[in-house]
Design a protein around this ligand. Structure first.
Ligand SMILES: Cc1cc2nc3c(=O)[nH]c(=O)nc-3n(C[C@H](O)[C@H](O)[C@H](O)COP(=O)(O)OP(=O)(O)OC[C@H]3O[C@@H](n4cnc5c(N)ncnc54)[C@H](O)[C@@H]3O)c2cc1C
Ligand code: FES
Length: 259
């Protein structure tokens, strides 16, 4: 557990906030796909910590970012926090995204606030010289789009989809992935995805039908965040259960059942 001072906490798109924390240990050691378990308030209620993917780190400044959508009590309290206030955080926790094998094309598929860990991934992958990748990003509507330009600056070609057609193609980012793979039958690729369950399920199907690996970041409700409470268990494809907090949140698509 560390006490991390808030540097800023600003709304970057409708209902979506970027929170930067002074957290040098996180900045030093975090890998894309790992998360922070954040206590949103000092008072006992709401008791449980809330998990958020690490969206970026800045090693020299010793800072780490999360990007969150306000959906309930914890995130609503978090959105009221001001610079200078201190948050109790645990992390970096969990198992992140593996690097792509050399010569493999990274294909990123993100939905809504699920784009957050993929930003960090794109920044880390861009350190590989000459990297080219594709990012297929989906949002409910144009007003909820954030940070897509970061993917472009990291060497990714970006295609957008929105549910209401206000930006990019009307539809889902998985349709963009499918269209791309139809035209690139022999491509050696690896898919990295985070977003709503339906998005992950569809990515799993598409990747399996094309015979390419896919790594999915799962978002289950969590308790302890460190493998001690079974609060985040998902069914393993081999029987039994996996804990999203300790065995994930990133899983190879074949490892877990998504329903
Ligand atoms: C590993 C991991 C990484 C995550 N990364 C991010 C992130 O980068 N940005 C972000 O905005 N959110 C992220 N989430 C989801 C985030 O933890 C929840 O939105 C948050 O805990 C909600 O807290 P709350 O008190 O505001 O909502 P609550 O009052 O607890 O719930 C409000 C609504 O949100 C739903 N909800 C709550 N928790 C989750 C959850 N874990 N998954 C799906 N639905 C949930 C509830 O079912 C309910 O409908 C992540 C979750 C996990 C497990
Ligand atoms: S949240 Fe307790 S085991 Fe995963």
């Amino acid at each position: 557990m560390h006490q991390a001072e808030i540097i800023f906490n600003e709304e970057v798109a409708r209902g979506i906030y970027l929170l930067r924390l002074c957290a040098d240990k996180v900045a030093e050691s975090a890998n894309p796909g790992q998360f922070l378990h954040v206590k949103c308030t000092k008072v006992p209620h709401p008791l449980l910590r809330r998990p958020f993917s690490i969206a970026d780190t800045h090693r020299e400044e010793g800072t780490a970012d999360i990007i969150y959508r306000v959906v309930g009590e914890g995130t609503s309290i978090l959105s009221q926090k001001r610079p200078g206030e201190v948050l109790d955080i645990m992390g970096p926790l969990g198992r992140g995204f593996p690097s792509p094998p050399p010569g493999t094309l990274p294909l990123i598929v993100g939905g809504g606030v699920g784009v957050a860990p993929l930003l960090f991934l794109a920044k880390e992958l861009s350190k590989v010289a000459g990297l080219e990748g594709r990012a297929f990003l989906g949002f409910s509507t144009g007003r909820e789009i954030f940070d897509t330009e970061v993917f472009e600056s990291c060497g990714f070609s970006v295609e957008l989809a929105t549910d209401d057609g206000t930006c990019g193609k009307r539809g889902f980012p998985t349709e963009l992935l499918e269209d791309f793979l139809k035209g690139e039958k022999k491509v050696q690729a690896v898919v990295y995805a985070c977003g709503p369950r339906m998005l992950l399920l569809k990515v799993k199907e598409i990747a399996a039908s094309c015979g390419i690996p896919a790594y999915l970041s799962l978002e289950e409700r969590m308790g302890c965040g460190i493998g001690a409470c079974l609060g985040c268990a998902v069914k393993s494809a081999k029987g039994g259960y996996k804990k999203v907090c300790r065995d994930g949140p990133v899983f190879e698509a074949g490892e877990v059942e998504i329903w």
